[in-house]
Write a protein that binds this ligand. Sequence first.
Ligand code: EPU
Length: 430
Amino acid sequence: MNDKFIIKGLAGKKTLNGKIKVNGSKNAILPLMASCVLFKDGLKMKNIPNLEDVKRMSELLNFLGFQTHFKNDSFDIDMSKDIKSILPEDISKRMRASIIMIGPMLGRLKQVSFLHPGGCVIGARPIDIFIKGFQKMGATLSEKNGFYTLSAKNGLRGAEIFFNLQSVTATESFIMAAVLAKGKTVLKNCAMEPEIVDLVTFLKSCGAKIKGEGTPTIEIIGGKMLSSGKKVYKAIPDRIETGSFLLLGLLACDNLEITNCNPVDIESLTTPLLDAGFKFQIHKDKIVIKDNSKIQNSKLNTFNIKTHEHPGFPTDLQAPATVLLTQLKGEAHVHETIFEGRLNYTEDLVKMGANINMWDANRVTVKGPNSLRGKELWGPDIRAGLAFILAAIVAKGQSIINNVYYIDRGYERIEERLSSIGVDIKRVSD
Ligand code: EPU
């Protein structure tokens, strides 16, 4: 729980070399796990990394009454007839993604009780969209001792719902609720992330009637439990891991091959990087960086970042990309539009020697290039934690990164994978 990483930096040199494989996508796997509530039979999944968030979700399913089995990269969920209708307090507090469960549980059990979910410290993260939408589908809300209960005595009914903003987990949760609701549901202003398309593709292969995934309007005809039969879900590659490794490659590698990825999912990152002058080759399922040490970062153009729902620049790549901006010549603006509080980590980059000015909670200016110095850091969330690893690798001297738990939530055994390409990184347990 209290592990830390000790990293010896490369002082700006690009000496790392090798191959790194991208794992299955955390944010695709979590909704897939939640979807087990919709099934008459069990679920079999593969390409599943051993992440803290996957373990928490599996504990949550076990608490509800399912039986989960994790072996190597396979994950099986056995069907349960008797499911509890309450989300456990401790897991909900630690993992925002637990909110996804509300839709499928309400659809199947006609009632669900839960606390306001927790997770990373990235803004207030309200759940108003969930509450309003389920009320439109016929649920009523009550609150007792801090627990909310949504109930729909006669079951959920199809409805037309316009989301005030695009939310990934809300889109997923409502799709799953609608699969069990009576009649037709039309969801408007949906999020369009590849993880949503992946979830729907699997649900459709198991009998769900859904159209429009990957567009803002999704239609679902509901009313029947699904059956997975002999189908095995294979998780899509994690696009955030892909982007993080690409940024690492450009910052600190001479040669790097990033395998098992889907580069088309991160065009919002690869396009500005290529425009800035970086050289790398994009293949169907890999990205190759060659002879990168010959390229001086100070000769490249810097670029602005404005985070946006997919297919725009992902908020989850904002922090690692900002580390790259500290090494490029010129002034870049970073505008975080999804979560307030997701730029606070830049204060630590400043302590390491970066020239970053914060204008307000959502906007900073980065002037570069600046050499970074090793420091002791506390990662506030998964992605800022990964950004600190990148900064520590680039920096001169030793860095200590605390709160490794957050990094373990999203990146499996990152220290082993980074060591294999030459990073001097050690995990130390308190
Ligand atoms: N929002 C509301 N009301 C709601 C729901 C959301 O105001 O009822 C707001 C949020 O506060 C935020 C915006 O809507 O400002 C969009 O948030 P969204 O709901 O899309 O985020 P999420 O579904 O909770 C998922 C990912 C996050 C990723 C965001 C944005 C999963 C499990 N989580 O979160 O991933 O940052 O979408 O792309 O899919 C991560 O992996 O590190 C991570 C935080």
